[in-house]
Design a protein around this ligand. Structure first.
Ligand SMILES: NC(=O)c1ccc[n+]([C@@H]2O[C@H](COP(=O)([O-])OP(=O)(O)OC[C@H]3O[C@@H](n4cnc5c(N)ncnc54)[C@H](OP(=O)(O)O)[C@@H]3O)[C@@H](O)[C@H]2O)c1
Length: 231
């Protein structure tokens, strides 16, 4: 069953956002690619239409127009532009929206190593987001540990997605959305403050990818099947 509301992927012209948008469009979701430049967003949407083997519902818009058009927003921008973008978009973000944050505060975003994360005053990029969005918006941390290479490849994505939020209903909606991607299992990781750990795991995965020349992801073992239920 589709999510029944459009999903706007802000920064969806980059590999991570594009991969998520592609997967959701292929699953029948209505997707809007957001960009600082409307033409770049439309070009990315056209690329998804060509890539998908079925008719897909995908369009491209400037980021603030995408926020006005959708209340399920996915943030996939580099950490160095994260806070500035959110401040710009604040007037356009609807108060009942869910903001899914996949941002990782990699030191690489300020010229450091991709295998290290930066300290974020609020605890994590996702917690910084929670401080910057309008009142009434729920922030959900997810997808930090799903690499763009896997999302943009063909075939199932061999990853679990741990979802963290202080809003249990928003967490449930995002877990259901995650499982629209073939191969993905999603589970409730608890409160938003746990996003700090999810973000650091990405730095570990990048180090493993460099060391072993692969595209790593995570699978959680030892939990009952009920942990993966999204209803
Ligand atoms: N790549 C991965 O495998 C992966 C995996 C997990 C999580 N992530 C996280 O997901 C986020 C996106 O990753 P990515 O590799 O797709 O990044 P990216 O290619 O560097 O950036 C994605 C998009 O963000 C927009 N952008 C760039 N700088 C910006 C700024 N200063 N302000 C506002 N928008 C800006 C650009 O879109 P426009 O120019 O069209 O606006 C760009 O195409 C990052 O936080 C990353 O840590 C990435």
């Amino acid at each position: 069953m589709t999510t029944a509301r459009p999903i706007a992927v802000l920064g969806g012209t980059g590999p991570e956002g594009f991969g998520l948008a592609l997967r959701w469009a292929q699953a029948g979701e209505t997707v809007i690619i957001g960009s600082r430049d409307a033409e770049r967003a439309q070009a990315a949407a056209e690329k998804i239409k060509h890539r998908a083997s079925v008719n897909v519902k995908v369009s491209g818009m400037e980021n603030s127009a995408a926020c006005i058009a959708a209340d399920l927003l996915v943030l996939t921008v580099p950490f160095d532009g994260h806070a500035t973008l959110l401040k710009q978009l604040k007037p356009a973000i609807r108060s009942s929206s869910i903001v899914i944050d996949a941002t990782v505060p990699l030191a690489a975003s300020v010229g450091g190593r991709a295998t290290r994360t930066l300290g974020v005053w609020q605890g994590s990029a996702a917690q910084q987001t929670a401080e910057l969005v309008p009142a009434g918006v729920s922030v959900v941390a997810a997808f930090q540990n799903v690499g763009a290479e896997m999302l943009n490849a063909d075939g199932p994505v061999d990853c679990d997605v741990v979802v963290c939020s202080d809003d249990p209903e928003a967490s449930r909606i995002v877990r259901a959305l995650a499982t629209r991607i073939p191969g993905v299992r999603a589970l409730d990781g608890g409160k938003l403050e746990t996003a700090r750990i999810l973000e650091q795991i990405t730095a570990l995965l990048i180090g493993l990818n460099i060391r072993h020349k692969g595209h790593s992801g995570i699978r959680i073992t030892g939990l009952p099947a009920s942990a993966y239920q999204t209803s």
